[in-house]
Every structure is written in structure tokens, then in C-alpha cells.
Ligand binder design. Structure first.
Ligand code: NDP
Ligand code: KPL
Length: 297
């Protein structure tokens, strides 16, 4: 981690963490890399180019170089608690923690683990995949949305001019829920073991529209400005995507890892209860995802 004002760290050098680490490295801001599995370096495949981010990936919080100015947290939401020692080792009162995770509850989940510092959620719009033991592949240009909030300016400054675009929004609630709808619907792929092509089926299209209407009703109650045609627009987006386009929750299912069913799907059910909005499709989808993830059996 370089000295001065650019002490940047990435916790969780997986698909998303590697993309951000590469964007930082290309800008001369090579981050300190905090992970779970030892590796000498990170590799990112972008079209025909392979970018290498010098490591190593540190796996012991005792190896922390001290507090960072900016920490990107890119572990899965199911892994956040296990990354608490890294957060403790890298965060001081001036540290900004930018949470690169799906969901709408990043602050509630991460703030209790950051004893000092400011937590800023981000919407991660780009897909990236990670082969076990292999490089990460970037599938579309990296783009983040952040709320107009303390700390967002630090993220914007650090990534300015890099391959990872940062947008600071005055209506983050709408963006975060729009992305959550996308993730909730993508969760159906983890149930079928199929990719985007499955949304072209009429029966799945009807199920998805009903599910998205339900999610949109909860999102609106939470303050998101979603238009009536949002569910149809999203369905069309999934139907026109390449048939083999996956999603990180499907990758987790295929690799036998715990699924982010709580932050991506159950949250709609939970917030529906708060607002008195029925969520009959979630009431079927969520237990199936939870059981697929956590068993028993
Ligand atoms: N992949 C995608 O296309 C997108 C993902 N997202 C979201 O981004 C977040 C990150 O997802 P993604 O990058 O796909 O996940 P990955 O599984 O690819 O990466 C997670 C990384 O965190 C590491 N890790 C696990 N536990 C710890 C720990 N205790 N301390 C430090 N590092 C740890 C993992 O290590 P190990 O190598 O040992 O597994 C892995 O390198 C998720 O919330 C996801 O929903 C959002 C948009 C797109
Ligand atoms: C690919 C994308 C952007 C949409 O599903 C995603 O958020 C994920 O894979 O988790």
C-alpha cells in the first residue's frame, strides 16, 4: 500500500475485488490485498488482454500495514462477518469503507463491524466471473453508483480516470432497488441451474413478471421511484442478454458455496412484512434458495 493519501486496500480479491484492484493498479494506486486464500498476484482478463495486479494476497490480519484511507470490501455478503478482523486491522477514524456488495442493507451489515470510519454502499453494475484457481474475466465496462454521502468523494477521487467509472447519485435508493430487482430475478437461475436463456420461456417470463411486480411494490414503499414498466423492461433485458449470461449467485450454486439469498431475495420478503405488502412469490422462492444454500440434506 503506497504512503500518503492513497493508502487503499481491497478486502476480498474475487471477481469484483480483482476488477477494482486492477483499476487502482493501472492508476498507480496498487492496493494492499486482503483475502482468504494465498496467491502471489491477481489476474484480470479483459477481452484479449491479461492485467496482472502484484500481490501477494495477504491472509492474516496481523500482516496489515496499518489503517487505510480507503477500503473496498468485496467479499460475499455471506462472508462479511468472517472479514471483521480485516476491517478492524485496516480501519481508523478517517477510513472510508466502500462496500461492493449486492443488496440494499450494506450499511446495516457493515457499520457494526467498522468501529471507526465511514461506510459507503455502492451499486456494482458490471458482471465479472472467476474460475476456481484461474483469472477473473471482466464481462462489461466497470461502473459503480454511490450515494451523495460522506466518503463518496474519496471513492470518486481515487478511481477518477480509471477504467472503473463512478457516478454519485442524489437518488441512490432508486438505483439500489433497481439493481436489487435485477438480482432477485437472477436468483431464479440458481434454482433452475440455467442461464439467461431460460427467461425466454413464456412460463418463466410470467413468473418473473409477477415476481418483479411484487419486488417493485416493496421497492416503491421503501422510497424507490420505479415506473410501472420497470418489471417488463427488466424482463426484456434478461431476454435479450446472451443466452449463456450467468450471475454470481448461480456461480456460487455451481461451486457449492453458500448463496446470498438473504440480501438478494429474502430482503424483499422482510421489507414487505414491514410495509404490509404480501409477497407470495418470495414466500416460495426464498425457502427454496435458502435450502439450496444451507441445507440440511
Ligand atoms: N461477480 C459479479 O458479477 C457481481 C458480484 N456482485 C456482488 O459483489 C460481491 C462480491 O462478489 P464476487 O466478487 O462475485 O465474489 P467472489 O466469491 O468472486 O469473491 C469473494 C472474495 O472474497 C474472499 N474472501 C472470502 N472470505 C474472506 C475473508 N474472511 N477475508 C478476506 N477475503 C475473503 C474470497 O476468497 P476465496 O478466493 O478464498 O474464495 C474471494 O476472493 C457480492 O455481494 C456479489 O453479489 C455485484 C455485481 C456483479
Ligand atoms: C451480473 C449482475 C450484475 C447481475 O445479476 C450481478 O449483480 C451478479 O452477478 O451478482
Amino acid at each position: 500500500m503506497p504512503g500518503g493519501l492513497d493508502r487503499v486496500a481491497v478486502i476480498g480479491p474475487g471477481a469484483i475485488g480483482t476488477v477494482v484492484a486492477a483499476a487502482l493498479h493501472e492508476q498507480g494506486r496498487t492496493p494492499f490485498i486482503a483475502g482468504r486464500s494465498k496467491r502471489p498476484e491477481l489476474q484480470l482478463q479483459v477481452d484479449d488482454e491479461t492485467l496482472t495486479v502484484p500481490g501477494p494476497v495477504h491472509t492474516d490480519p496481523a500482516e496489515s500495514p496499518g489503517t487505510a484511507d480507503l477500503v473496498f470490501l468485496a467479499v460475499k455478503a455471506t462472508q462479511t462477518a468472517a472479514a471483521a478482523d480485516w476491517l478492524a486491522a485496516l480501519c481508523g477514524p478517517e477510513t472510508v469503507v466502500c462496500v461492493l456488495q449486492n443488496g440494499v442493507e450494506q450499511r446495516e451489515m457493515v457499520e457494526p463491524l467498522v468501529r471507526a470510519g465511514t461506510v459507503v454502499p455502492a451499486v456494482v453494475w458490471f458482471p465479472a466471473t472467476r474460475e476456481l484457481g484461474g483469472p477473473v474475466t471482466l464481462l462489461s465496462p466497470p461502473r459503480l453508483s454511490l450515494p451523495e454521502a460522506p466518503g463518496a468523494i474519496v471513492v470518486e477521487d481515487v478511481l477518477r480516470g480509471s477504467r472503473c467509472a463512478v457516478e454519485v447519485s442524489t437518488d441512490f435508493t432508486t438505483l439500489a432497488w433497481r439493481k436489487l430487482l435485477q438480482n432477485a430475478a437472477a436468483g431464479l437461475m440458481a434454482l433452475t441451474g440455467r442461464r439467461s436463456g431460460m427467461y425466454r420461456r413464456d412460463d418463466i417470463g410470467r413468473l418473473m413478471l409477477g415476481y418483479l411486480e411484487e419486488c417493485a411494490a416493496v421497492a416503491r414503499a421503501e422510497g424507490a421511484q420505479l415506473t410501472d414498466d420497470e418489471p417488463r423492461r427488466l424482463l426484456d433485458q434478461f431476454r435479450t442478454a446472451p443466452v449463456d449470461r450467468g450471475t454470481s449467485i448461480l456461480a456460487d450454486r455451481e461451486q457449492g458455496r453458500p448463496l446470498e439469498w438473504d440480501v438478494r431475495n429474502a430482503v424483499i420478503q422482510r421489507r414487505g412484512i414491514v410495509h404490509g405488502i404480501p409477497t407470495p412469490i418470495s414466500d416460495v422462492v426464498v425457502p427454496l434458495l435458502a435450502a439450496a444454500s444451507d441445507g440440511p440434506g
